[in-house]
Ligand binder design. Structure first.
Ligand SMILES: Cc1cc2nc3c(=O)[nH]c(=O)nc-3n(C[C@H](O)[C@H](O)[C@H](O)COP(=O)(O)OP(=O)(O)OC[C@H]3O[C@@H](n4cnc5c(N)ncnc54)[C@H](O)[C@@H]3O)c2cc1C
Ligand SMILES: *[C@@H]1O[C@H](CO)[C@@H](O)[C@H](O)[C@H]1NC(C)=O
Ligand SMILES: *[C@@H]1O[C@H](CO)[C@@H](O)[C@H](O)[C@H]1NC(C)=O
Ligand SMILES: *[C@@H]1O[C@H](CO)[C@@H](O)[C@H](O)[C@H]1NC(C)=O
Length: 396
């Protein structure tokens, strides 16, 4: 059985199967109501509402409340919340019909800026890793690199940023703590939080906020996503090598999201999601292509796997951690046979780290011992026979 909310799983696990077994889809697309309870600053959201619908409904009630989640407005609440900052990995424990969420306060004016740079990038990237997770709690400063081809392949960088406040102090802040970016006040744009959602989603400035209610993505293209976590500084020289490799691989993009801030204030053991303090940034590998057909697919998939291998020395190890919502079947698949518990460790330790994975399998053995709710990367139940696996592993 497959469960589908927004259908944005990067490997399509909500509507395809890699095991060649027949399946049914429980598609809950009609369950998408949203009730905002402003008096308690909470909301009930049914799982098939999209993030765009949620953002729109909150802003409809208040311009000083928000909910921090993904950038793409067509992503579904069902898969996103269960795999993002809170959940136990969708599908493993049942079908979630709705979530109660706590809204956060935002100022009436926020500041956005999308800095584009083409020079001195290895130096700036190295500096970004030193400052991005500690710069300022109210600042979300991403860093993205892609290859552009103007006869010669070069790297272009973008630094999309959201600051929860007006631009007055922002210039001073950047000048003091990150002068390498060379930011000018004229580059900042002030707007409401809901407008910043559209801006971040690459809608042209002035697009009406009702665009967030559109459940169809702006465009459809083949893509492959992978993820990593950065815990130690990457030198300027190594960034130069990384950029050379990207140019060799044409379409490879690398997107860095800073951690720190609120992410670090929650213990890694208090919720299934374990990527907390100690992480400077999450890396997203993005490869998109236009050609249809298997040949192109093989070529681009190979490219991103080559890039991922190349990045090994610069990212987390033992386990090499990964972000569940950037679903990637390359990091392990479960056949849910006799060795389900051991097979689950391969991807489970990357998505949840060892201790949380173990606890999740214990929950699973109690609530779904028959493993009815499962997919290629769900949490398997572990029996007392499997106990030795965990012991052996902790000794290693
Ligand atoms: C174009 C695009 C942009 C994206 N942008 C971002 C982003 O900005 N930030 C980010 O963090 N992520 C982003 N993602 C990843 C996204 O967060 C995950 O793919 C998320 O799991 C999608 O949720 P969904 O409900 O749309 O997907 P679905 O495919 O419906 O579900 C994803 C997984 O969760 C399970 N599931 C779904 N609904 C339920 C339910 N109600 N109960 C139990 N299990 C359920 C499914 O079976 C499947 O395994 C993006 C993905 C795409 C394709
Ligand atoms: C900008 O924000 C600061 C701090 O919140 C505030 O004191 C100031 O009045 C604001 N400036 C403008 C022009 O709104
Ligand atoms: C790169 O930036 C650093 C720090 O601002 C500066 O010292 C260096 O000269 C710059 N290099 C180039 C090639 O612009
Ligand atoms: C994958 O890509 C690399 C880098 O371009 C290339 O050297 C290698 O031959 C490719 N492998 C396959 C199996 O296509």
């Amino acid at each position: 059985m497959k469960t589908r909310s927004g259908g944005h799983d990067f490997e399509g696990l909500s509507y395809t199967s890699y095991t060649n077994q027949p399946f049914v889809i429980v598609d809950i697309f009609n369950l998408r109501s949203i009730h905002i309870g402003m008096e308690h600053e909470t909301a009930w959201v049914q799982s098939s509402a999209t993030l765009g619908e949620l953002y729109y409904r909150i802003a409809d009630k208040s311009n000083t409340h928000a909910f921090p989640a993904g950038i793409c407005p067509t992503v579904g609440v069902g898969g996103h919340f269960s795999g993002g900052g809170y959940g136990g990995g969708g599908v493993s424990f049942g079908v979630v019909l709705s979530y109660k969420i706590k809204l956060v306060r935002v100022p009436p004016v926020v500041t956005v800026v999308n800095i584009k740079r083409v020079k001195n990038l290895s130096y700036i990237a190295h500096r970004w890793l030193q400052v991005a997770d500690k710069l300022y709690d109210k600042l979300f400063l991403r860093m993205m690199f892609r290859v552009v081809n103007n006869g010669e392949r070069t790297i272009q960088a973008e630094f999309p940023s959201l600051y929860l406040g007006n631009s007055t102090n922002l210039v001073t802040l950047f000048k003091k703590d990150f002068p390498e970016l060379g930011l000018e006040k004229s580059e900042f744009i002030e707007m409401s939080w809901i407008e910043s959602v559209l801006y971040d989603g690459s809608f042209p400035i002035g697009t009406p906020t009702t665009a967030l209610l559109n459940r169809k993505p702006q465009y459809l293209i083949p893509l492959k996503i992978k993820s990593d976590y950065v815990k130690t500084l990457i030198s300027q020289q190594n960034f130069e090598l990384i950029f050379e490799k990207m140019k060799e691989l044409e379409n490879q993009q690398l997107h860095f999201n800073p951690y720190g801030g609120q992410m670090s204030e929650i213990s890694e053991f208090s919720k299934p999601f374990p990527h907390r303090s100690g992480n400077t940034a999450k890396v997203q590998y993005v490869v998109i292509w236009e050609e249809l057909g298997v040949e192109a697919e093989i070529r681009y998939l190979n490219f991103t796997r080559v890039m991922y291998d190349y990045m090994t020395p610069f990212v987390s190890k033992n386990p090499r951690e990964a972000f569940l919502n950037y679903r990637d079947l390359d990091i392990g698949v479960n056949s849910h046979g006799k060795n389900a518990c051991a097979e689950g460790m391969v991807y489970g330790h990357k998505y949840f780290r060892k201790s949380n994975y173990k606890r999740l399998t214990m929950v699973k053995s109690r609530v779904d011992p028959e493993n009815f709710f499962r997919n290629e990367q769900s949490i398997p139940p572990c029996s007392s026979n499997d106990e030795s696996l965990f012991v052996a592993h902790s000794v290693i």
